[in-house]
Design a protein around this ligand. Structure first.
Ligand SMILES: Nc1ncnc2c1ncn2[C@@H]1O[C@H](COP(=O)(O)OP(=O)(O)O)[C@@H](O)[C@H]1O
Ligand SMILES: [Mg+2]
Length: 221
């Protein structure tokens, strides 16, 4: 499976979700590659730290790349069963090419007006990519860093409706704001190796939806 994690906004959780998706796929025992297409190299640094400090954890190979990714991904998918692309926070050739080659697009966003505008632009890039693809990419927005207060639910529902009105699907499961995400990334970790069980089961529910073979089979609401 080839998964691109994309948003043109920084700080929405692309690198966090890329690392968790790559580790979750590597946990199946299949060779997994994480492509860091962000000039900042957050994911690449994370993977180097993981290999160095957590040699017994499930490992993912990582390459730091830029520009058109299509040829490299085509070559790597002969060996790697799974490839996860962390696209970086800008409209780029890497991002656009990833939308042409990937099976899945995961779009993390926060529930704020500015972030939602960025989702809308990714929606147009996806539509553009679909015009050149034989089958449309399976794209899902996931809300990240949500607030657990019940008063926030209305905001989530409204944001979901606004995104779905533009023809982009949103996962039911959301990722809450939790220190575990920040704390666990130290030394190349994820919440899978951390002590917060709620964070672990939350990311598992989200990734189950995003990475399952047939993502249209979301669990009933
Ligand atoms: N659900 C969350 N709760 C708390 N902190 C989070 C959450 N998701 C991401 N973060 C933190 O927010 C920061 C930015 O996330 P990151 O994945 O690097 O964003 P991006 O790659 O989109 O720029 C990181 O320090 C990360 O640990
Ligand atoms: Mg990043």
């Amino acid at each position: 499976m080839i998964v691109t994690v994309c948003s043109e906004k920084g700080g929405v959780g692309k690198s966090t979700l890329s690392a968790h998706a790559a580790v979750r796929l590597a946990m199946t025992g299949k060779p997994t590659l994480l492509i860091d297409a962000d000039p900042q190299g957050t994911s690449y640094y994370w993977s180097v730290q993981r290999r160095q400090h957590r040699p017994d954890a499930d490992q993912v190979d990582c390459e730091h790349l830029a520009g058109n990714l299509i040829e490299t991904v085509r070559q790597h998918i002969r060996y790697y069963r799974h490839i996860v692309i962390d696209c970086g926070g800008a409209d780029s050739t890497a991002l656009r090419s990833s939308l042409l080659i990937a099976d899945r697009a995961i779009i993390p966003t926060q529930v704020s007006r500015r972030d939602l505008m960025a989702v809308s632009h990714i929606g147009s890039l996806i539509s553009e990519a679909n015009e050149s693809r034989t089958t449309p990419i399976t794209a899902r927005v996931v809300f990240n860093r949500t607030n657990p207060l019940p008063t926030f639910w209305t905001r989530i529902d409204e944001a979901r409706e606004a995104i779905e009105a533009k023809g982009i699907e949103v996962t039911d499961a959301v990722i809450r704001q939790r220190v575990a995400y920040d704390d666990s990334e130290q030394y190349g970790g994820t919440v899978y190796e951390h002590n917060d069980e709620k964070a672990k089961s939350e990311i598992e529910s989200v990734l189950k939806i995003l990475l399952r073979k047939n993502p249209s089979q979301e669990p009933a609401k």
